[in-house]
Design a protein around this ligand. Structure first.
Ligand SMILES: *Cc1c(COP(=O)(O)O)cnc(C)c1O
Length: 304
């Protein structure tokens, strides 16, 4: 198997991506007992790294794990992985798994938590050359896991609902999927949030979803442009009646959704608010308040 260029950090040391392997006994693998975050580097600069670190450490706390590294150490490890992978545009993932219990106890408190990071080339849900065509989305029958069961604000690997939804979408000829909740509202898709635009006003679901950093950037940039954009429940009916739809993710940024359940969204082309937002989003990748150069983050102390 051919691996992309990349670098990982595992059990306290840097290694090539193809050598980054964990025990089958790790509860991250056996029970999806893990949290993670993905930040990207664009033209040598991390985008909103502070926000990603805030979310990652909040998730680690909510899962009652302990990260062996503090914020600055995690930032240093991530930056060092990017430098070693020698990538200008990169997909940067940090993970905490519950780890392995040294005594094979079934009590999660006995496990030794494991921190992993890796860097691979930047990946797109929708590539820039596909933006005009946009995404075709199906709304699944499968419901998103209830927030009463798994906290969706903790970025997690409980993806069986999302993967089941993806197969529903493929069977219906759509490229990807958005899952409903049990109350007639939309939630999110596999790794992205969804926004609806109607009469110049923008909304995105407020609950039952990950609070995406790209979602936050979209809300910030729309507010700066004087466009009303709010987080509130968004019904299936208003999603079907939207003038524009777009998805947001670190893996691709702002992505026009041009077809929903086989019907055109608007005129079937990316709408004006979506197009304006895509431009503002990529322009924001040099903002000093939102980005930091990889080279300006010091190397981690005393690490192999
Ligand atoms: C990562 C993810 C998103 C998007 O979050 P970003 O921080 O914008 O990348 C949305 N929903 C789910 C379920 C995710 O895992």
């Amino acid at each position: 198997m051919q691996y992309p260029p990349g670098c990982a950090f595992l059990d306290g040391a840097f290694c090539a991506i193809e050598d980054a392997k964990i025990s089958v006994l790790d509860w991250g693998f056996l029970r999806s007992d893990a949290t993670y975050d993905v930040v990207h580097v664009w033209k040598g600069r991390f985008f909103r790294l502070d926000r990603h670190l805030d979310r990652f450490f909040a998730s680690v706390d909510k899962l009652r794990m302990a990260c062996p590294y503090d914020r600055d150490e995690v930032a240093a490890i991530l930056a060092e992985c990017v430098r070693r992978a020698d990538l200008e545009d990169a997909y940067v993932e940090m993970i905490m798994t519950r780890g392995v219990s040294p005594t094979f106890s079934r009590d999660p408190r006995d496990a030794i938590n494991r921190f992993i990071a890796f860097v691979i080339p930047f990946g797109w849900i929708l590539r820039p050359e596909e933006r005009d065509a946009g995404l075709s989305v199906a709304i699944a029958e499968t419901q998103r896991i209830s927030p009463l069961s798994v906290d969706p604000t903790v970025k997690n690997y409980h993806w069986l609902d999302l993967v089941r939804g993806m197969f529903e979408a493929y069977e219906r000829g759509a490229r990807t999927v958005v899952l409903p909740d049990g109350a007639g509202n939309i939630t999110e898709g596999p790794g992205f949030n969804l926004f609806v635009v109607k009469d110049g006003r923008v909304a995105t679901p407020d609950s039952g979803v990950l609070h995406g950093i790209t979602r936050l950037s979209a809300l910030d940039l729309l507010a700066e442009a004087g466009i009303e954009a709010v987080a509130r429940p968004v019904s299936l009916a208003e999603t079907r009646a939207a003038d524009e739809l777009f998805a947001t993710s670190t893996a691709g940024g702002i992505m026009p959704v041009t077809s929903l359940d086989g019907a055109k969204v608007g005129d079937g082309r990316p709408g004006p608010i979506t197009s304006k937002l895509i431009e503002a989003y990529w322009a924001a990748h040099t903002r000093p308040d939102w980005t930091v150069a990889v080279k300006d983050i010091p190397a981690p102390r005393s690490m192999a």
